[in-house]
Design a protein around this ligand. Sequence first.
Ligand code: ATP
Ligand code: MG
Length: 657
Amino acid sequence: MADQTLENLSTEERRFEPPADLAADANVKEEAYDRAASDREAFWGEAAERLDWGQRWDQVLDWSNPPFAKWFVGGTLNAAVNCVDRHVDAGNGDKVALHWVGEPEDDTRDITYADLMDQVCRAANALTELGVQKGDRVAIYMPMIPEVVVAMLACARLGAPHTVVFGGFSADALASRVIDCGAKVILTADGGYRRGAPSALKPAVDEAVAKVAASGVESGVEHVVVVRRTGQDIAWDDTRDVWWHDVVDAASAEHDAPMHDSEHPLYVMYTSGTTGTPKGILHTTGGYLTGTSYTHWAVFDLKDDDVYWCTADVGWVTGHSYMVYGPLANGATQVMYEGTPDAPHKGRWWEIIAKYGVTIFYTAPTAIRTFMKWGDDIPAQHDLSSIRLLGSVGESINPEAYIWYRKNIGGDRTPIVDTWWQTETGQIMISPLPGVTAGKPGSAMKALPGISIDVVNDEAESVGNGNGGYLVIREPWPAMLRTLWGDDQRFIDTYWSRWDGLYFAGDGAKLDNDGDIWLLGRVDDVMNVSGHRLSTTEIESALVSHPKVAEAAVVGAADDMTGQAVCAFVILREAAGDGGPDIVEDLRKHVAKEIGAIAKPRQIMIVPELPKTRSGKIMRRLLKDVAEHREVGDVTTLADSTVMDLIKSKEGSSSED
Ligand code: ATP
Ligand code: MG
């Protein structure tokens, strides 16, 4: 489809049909939807056959005590064996598992499945020596280095649930997670490389361990295992600290993997904290690995010779499901990159894609909009012709960002999978299937085979095509969270008590006339202007469709006249300069034209940055505080706390009606 035509079409009319060659060759065919719908349990049972089991299960699903699900009841398996050993046993030991790229240039390592098996076995033996037993929790606080993957798999091998804490988090955040899940060992590094310089990790661990001890928990942190990554000077406690290379390299490379019950806890992962304080999501083994490996194979149409790259940090669920467990269970070759996209230059990602011939690329809208802001000329300098499939996750991808991504990164040929899911769901739930489902810019399209999604009103009735409401999940799915760590009641209250038997996702959604799903943002962010319900996502997408705009965030602020008024915060593209004297009025008119006068923002602030979580999601609740002239609330999960000062300093210069 020629560009010009595309831009002249309305959002609903833009549509990419699956290319015929892809359709012929796709891993999943159209019939999978009906087959899964007619016998969901048989469908997931078949997906579980993709894994190696010690003991086969007797029952696919036990849903006799909702909302507490058990999948593959009676089955036993080992997640690490499924991610590593079985590929070596199948003769693929020489296949590269990780093309690891450090941030300093030329700092690279290629790690084969045989190398990975060697390392995971040694690490499992080393952890056993340190007293880690099945069921013990282990905290992992590391940069994006291969050892973090080894650490997770070693824990999984032993049946010691890990909790990975993002390396950018503070000592406080680490301490509160260690306390919440009672971890007795922390695996870390002296530091890592970020934005062109070594950053430190060990000092935060020391501080966190002291906080844990002071908190009065029964057993504190017994050991800290430290990878030497940067060689910087660090404080050392001989009674507690050991070097990774001392204990892991010295350990045996032989390790007999025990089998674990299908429902044995695999890990606890805390949510991003976009809407409030993070929740400790518990994932277990058999269902989680089934859900992630199947969806990674189906959604990315994974083939043997693909080179896959998911840019997520391992500190988020995307790093768990689609960098570690899903792709490794599938024996994929992938790229793993330590640093930021602009170090040492803004073309770093594209350089990496060209070097390794990446074929499948999975990133977040926040990154895509940043590249839009930087300009088309940067990706244009690199050979991206190896790419055959693009993915997006984390927020709605605005139609304009989708089209930019497809054109500038995908060479106007590649399908895009916009994948909706959550830390809680563990696996992708809504996404087009390449070769099967058409793509519409801005829509996540359809629930995957075996997944039952609906959009309902306040009375839990399906709204039907053409209408909006709350996104819910009607039937259990294999990788679903089992509970919140240590808090069954909060698990029930948060997800299962709004309506009987329905999982409440907290997101708003709309079904278009074809029944395809459009995510509209968080339910709590829906605005009510003079009795009209407006979605943050739709107005943000209208703003981003203006040629001068790179990114936008919209909130509803209390308003005496209208109940709520639309307030927008906008980042301009670099090529647009300051936007010119009429930019605010232009943008207000643009929104009125795209959506209607009711959606016209009362206030638009042109800002240099937006407040985002460390996983790159816009934190609208902080912007709402600004729009309502309040003290700004909890900023502990914010990536850069100076952003709010910058935004507040702009407050006086905005235009209000
Ligand atoms: P918290 O629950 O602590 O507030 P969070 O919801 O941001 O944090 P995550 O589990 O990382 O934590 O994010 C899941 C949410 O991200 C979804 O509920 C949805 O709002 C958003 N999301 C993820 N993928 C998409 C997508 N493809 N389209 C639209 N929204 C998405
Ligand atoms: Mg959430």
